[in-house]
Design a protein around this ligand. Structure first.
Ligand SMILES: [Zn+2]
Length: 96
């Protein structure tokens, strides 16, 4: 049963209390939005992980004024707030 069919089923059944209907329908609409854009809970967790800044591994070879380090996830050389290779957010505080 697709979310839209489940919503219709719930709406048409008067034996289901209204507050339960509201929760079920909002959950199904949420699932429907996820399905439409191809998101899964695993993908959302991965995106959350990538957007939470991690400290880069220090790159000691150069003593530059610019940020330079290694991405903690993919080992790419990084110098920005995000890794250009894998998109991991980076936290440069305390590394200056
Ligand atoms: Zn990376």
């Amino acid at each position: 049963m697709k979310p839209q069919e489940a919503i219709k089923y719930i709406q048409e059944h008067n034996t289901i209390p209204d507050n339960v209907k509201d929760i079920a329908i909002s959950s199904l609409k949420f699932k429907q939005q996820f399905d439409e854009i191809g998101l899964t809970i695993e993908k959302v967790k991965e995106l959350k992980e990538k957007s939470t800044p991690k400290k880069p591994n220090k790159y000691d070879e150069f003593n530059c004024e610019i940020h330079l380090g290694y991405c903690p996830d993919c080992d790419n050389v990084v110098n920005d707030d995000y890794c250009e290779c894998c998109g991991q957010a980076l936290d440069w505080s305390e590394i200056e």
